[in-house]
Design a protein around this ligand. Structure first.
Ligand code: ATP
Ligand code: MG
Length: 180
């Protein structure tokens, strides 16, 4: 079994800007520079056959280019945050692609968790159950207006994730163009 997910890789200048906004984070574990991405579908542990099936179908997807914008920071978990993330704003084509990929995964007999799609880039994760400091609130207030110019994406990728004590390592198994 392979732990896998589908995600959109981000342009270097967007990664750099997100890395800058991570600076000064008083607590939590910042997501490594190389790991910043926009998850479309978390696949979980997938067998080789299902992964092959999925790959064959995804290779035929040509959904068209997608324009994304990063606008604002938010938390999952509120006062006891699990993660800090940057909100991703897009037209209906992003949601349409996400829905299509999720159905494709289900048709490949992958048991995708049912969750509302909230387009985001995770920037940091926190210890479960722990609260946050005044310093963290200040960090958020200082970055309240954080936003980046719109950018186009032309592909999505199939990643594997290997979990280690000091954080996950992602590898790109395959890339799928949205155009062409
Ligand atoms: P760690 O779990 O060690 O904190 P991680 O969350 O980055 O690291 P994975 O758990 O392998 O690594 O997750 C890979 C990607 O899928 C991440 O973007 C993560 O936020 C997302 N993800 C993980 N589990 C789910 C889930 N149940 N539903 C939706 N997305 C998920
Ligand atoms: Mg995880």
């Amino acid at each position: 079994m392979t732990r896998a997910f589908l995600a959109i890789p981000l342009p270097d200048d967007v990664i750099d800007a997100l890395t800058r906004v991570q600076q000064g984070l008083p607590e939590g574990r910042a997501v490594a520079h190389d790991n910043l991405h926009l998850t479309l579908v978390f696949l979980g542990d997938v067998g080789a056959e299902a992964l092959e099936d999925l790959h064959d179908t995804l290779s035929a997807v040509r959904a068209g280019p997608i324009t994304l914008r990063i606008d604002g920071l938010d938390l999952f978990g509120g006062e006891r945050p699990r993660s800090l993330w940057a909100r991703v704003v897009a037209g209906p084509e992003l949601g349409a692609l996400q829905t299509r990929l999720e159905s494709t995964a289900r048709r490949a007999k992958i048991d995708v968790p049912r969750r509302r799609f909230v387009p985001h880039v995770t920037l940091a994760r926190f210890r479960p159950g722990g609260g946050v400091s005044d310093g963290f609130h200040r960090y958020l207030v200082d970055r309240a207006g954080f936003a980046l110019p719109a950018f186009d994406v032309h592909r999505f990728s199939l990643y594997t994730s290997t979990l280690y004590e000091d954080g996950p390592v992602y590898d790109v198994l395959a890339e799928y163009p949205l155009t062409g």
